[in-house]
Each structure stands twice: as structure tokens, then as C-alpha cells.
Ligand binder design. Structure first.
Ligand code: PGA
Length: 262
């Protein structure tokens, strides 16, 4: 994994955005895997700025979101479909019909079929070129909670109490946080050609140290990214603060050959 440590979340997000812009310039119909939560907000702001000020064109891009709460309609302010529209889609020129977010309204036995179809949609457009990820304080990616199979596919998951607690700020009442979600699987995520894991703040330091420098284990789903050929971590100082090799990662980044910089 390439570990990129920047002084603040803005600088880290801007670097990730610059790489995404490179990908979209090179392949205008690129397929982006998108994430929600507080972590990618600065990244979306920067991509919106690049669209407005530098003409970054999303008109042929397709996007797939990682996950959605079951039971929430697309218009619910805490749904991830709503989040994406508010914070990203309505500010760029992406075609709404090419933005895929799992539905929160499938139920019962239909869920497995729906999840298989979501995977099929990803396959139909040739797979995900770039996947954005946040990390849960428990090491989850998407909503793949600890103990998720590292080979898992898109499916229903039950959230841990810790994740429900972490996500209460997005809801009026802590009891309103749904228990169940649809999430891309760890195996689905690993098929993306490039992965950007973003992590900001001291609260993520323990999970990041375990994911980057600990053993690969389903107890820390993000640790599987050590097996990905092109996974990059964009962290601020807080999230990187428990990494043993911080100085080494900084040195490597600062001494890249010019042609490798982005
Ligand atoms: P956050 O969530 O960005 O709101 O911290 C990250 C995650 O749970 O993946």
C-alpha cells in the first residue's frame, strides 16, 4: 500500500482528487466507486471545484456507491442516495442514470437477487476503475464490519453497535440508525483497479495502524488492502499518528521520481 501523509485533510483530499482527475482525463467514461460519510466531503468539494474551474468533465462517468441503509427511501436526509445528490451529483455534470447507489427499499428474499444485479451492473460497464473508501473506527470498509469474509460480495449486513453509534450524528435520534444495510463486499471492493483509502483525525489512528501495519485479518477488513496492487492511503497527521513507519512513508513520497508524482 502506498501511504501518503499530508498535514491536513484538505491537502490529502486534493491529492486524491488530482489523481481522480488524471483517471477521468485519460478515460472519460471511467467508472468511479464512491463512498459516503464525513471523510470524502472535502474530496467531493475539490472535485466540484475542478469541474467548475478546470472543466473536469463527468458527463460520461459512471458511479457506484458502496452501500445504503435498508429501510431508508432515497429522499430520506440520512440516506446515502440523498447524501450523494446533496454533496456531489447535483454540483457536477454526471448523468443521473449513470449514478448507482444500492436501494434502501428492497426487502426480504429480494435482497440477494438485488445484490447480484448490482454486481452485474458493475461488470456490465467493465468494473470499477477507482474506488474511494473511508474507514470505520473498527476497521470496516464499506459496511463490511469486522469478521466479514474477505471474499464477500454485495449483500445485506447487520451493523455493529459501534458503527451505529458512530453514525448517530447523521440522524435526529440514535434509535433511528438502521440496523441493516446493503454493502459491496470486500471481494467486490478488491476488484477495483485502484483504491484510495481516505482517513482523517486521531479517531481513525488505531484502525489505520492496524490496517496498514498489522496482520491481514477479517477482524480489520481494511487490512485486506495490503493485498491490492494499487491501494493508496491518503491520511492527515492525526490518522497517521500511530503508524510506526511514518517517517519512511513521508520520505518515499517526497522523493518520488517526478514522472510518478500526481
Ligand atoms: P466517516 O465514516 O467518514 O463518517 O468517518 C467512515 C466509514 O464508516 O467508512
Amino acid at each position: 500500500m502506498e501511504v501518503i501523509i499530508q498535514n491536513d485533510p484538505e491537502a490529502a483530499s486534493a491529492l486524491s482528487a488530482r489523481r481522480i482527475a488524471q483517471i477521468v482525463h485519460a478515460k472519460p467514461n471511467a467508472v468511479l466507486g464512491l463512498a459516503t460519510g464525513s471523510t470524502p466531503l472535502r474530496l467531493y468539494k475539490e472535485l466540484i471545484r475542478l469541474h467548475r474551474e478546470e472543466g473536469l468533465d463527468f458527463s460520461q462517468v459512471t458511479s457506484f456507491n458502496l452501500d445504503e441503509y435498508l429501510g431508508l427511501a432515497p429522499g430520506h436526509p440520512a440516506s446515502y442516495r440523498y447524501f450523494m445528490r446533496e454533496h456531489f451529483f447535483q454540483h457536477i455534470n454526471i448523468a443521473p442514470e449513470r449514478t448507482f447507489v444500492p436501494s434502501g427499499l428492497v426487502a426480504g428474499p429480494d435482497i440477494a437477487k438485488y445484490c447480484a444485479e448490482y454486481e452485474e451492473e458493475i461488470r456490465k460497464v467493465g468494473g470499477i476503475d477507482l474506488q474511494i473508501l473511508g474507514i470505520g473506527s473498527d476497521g470496516h470498509i464499506g459496511f463490511n464490519e469486522p469478521s466479514s469474509s474477505l471474499a464477500s460480495r454485495t449483500r445485506i449486513k447487520t451493523l455493529t453497535q459501534r458503527t451505529r453509534q458512530d453514525n448517530t450524528p447523521f440522524f435526529d435520534n440514535p434509535d433511528d440508525v438502521p440496523h441493516h444495510v446493503i454493502t459491496m463486499g470486500v471481494g467486490t471492493i478488491m476488484e477495483a483497479r485502484e483504491i484510495h483509502l481516505l482517513a482523517f483525525g486521531d479517531k481513525k489512528a488505531e484502525a489505520i495502524a492496524a490496517a496498514v501495519e498489522g496482520p491481514i485479518t477479517a477482524n480489520v477488513p481494511a487490512s485486506v488492502l495490503q493485498m491490492h496492487r494499487t491501494a493508496r492511503l491518503f491520511a492527515d497527521e492525526g490518522a497517521a499518528s500511530q503508524l510506526a513507519r511514518q517517517e519512511y512513508y513521508r520520505w518515499v513520497f517526497d522523493n518520488k521520481p517526478a514522472w510518478q508524482a500526481f
